[in-house]
Design a protein around this ligand. Structure first.
Ligand code: ZN
Length: 239
């Protein structure tokens, strides 16, 4: 029995060299129908229906190949930013042609549209989004804490550091890791206070810890928590 479900999306290419209709299926690109010059395109759907079994079997094989790389750990269905108590759903919509894009929809919904079978592109777009969220959330948070504590910070940047949650340069520039958004808020607050204290003492001297302790009495436990916090980062957001 052949199924007569909807045809998969396909693109059509005219070739002067083609003598007959040729079907090509590429991973990540989908079905391409190559037709001889002047071919009546209205005939394409019936040809595809005839070849349906073959098309489906090739797509199944390709899907199997793609699957191990596009599982939930690589491409998330939800993104939870614990630091700011937000949860986003992520949808993937395949479309042909044009750039792959991440669209921000109402109600905390994200949608990736385009070549969504390419995990690398999807991940890059999600990383960019995460950095953008980091700037929008962590920088104002740091400024609020700066006002509350009286510790001034002239320059702050949000990056994707490999191994550090935050750092403070000798010029007083604080760099924050956008992956902090995956941690509980009290841990993030501690990291921000820790870095603000570095604008006064650049080292980890007793004077530095005295200042930290004054602003956050449970700093020891928080410091231990934060140092073990990397497992809170989902695997798609690593690397
Ligand atoms: Zn430090």
């Amino acid at each position: 029995m052949r199924e007569h479900g909807a045809l998969p999306p396909f693109s059509v290419r005219e070739s002067t060299r083609a003598q007959r209709v040729i079907l090509k299926i590429f991973p990540g690109k989908g079905l391409e129908v190559v037709v001889p010059a002047g071919f009546d395109r209205a005939r394409i759907p019936s040809i595809l229906h005839e070849k349906r079994e073959w098309i489906d079997s090739v797509f199944r094989k390709i899907q199997h190949r793609v699957e191990p790389r596009s599982d939930a750990s690589v491409l998330p269905r939800t993104v939870e930013l614990k630091a700011v108590n937000r949860r986003y759903s992520v949808a993937y919509t395949r479309s042909h042609g044009g750039k792959t894009e991440l669209i921000h929809l109402p109600d905390s919904r994200l949608e990736l549209v385009g070549n969504v079978t390419d995990p690398k592109t999807c991940r890059e777009l999600l990383h960019l989004w995460l950095k953008h969220q980091g700037r929008g959330q962590l920088i104002p948070w740091l400024h609020r804490l700066s006002q509350q504590t009286g510790l001034t910070c002239d320059r702050v940047q949000v990056r994707e550091q490999k191994s550090r949650w935050g750092s403070c340069s000798s010029r007083g520039t604080i760099s924050l890791n956008c992956r902090l958004l995956f941690l509980p808020p009290e841990w993030v607050r501690y990291v921000l206070i820790h870095e603000l204290c570095h604008t006064v003492h650049l080292d980890h001297s007793p004077r530095f810890w005295d200042l930290v302790a004054r602003l956050e009495p449970s700093y020891k436990a928080l410091d231990a928590d934060v140092n073990r916090a990397h497992h809170h980062v989902p695997s798609w957001a690593l690397g």
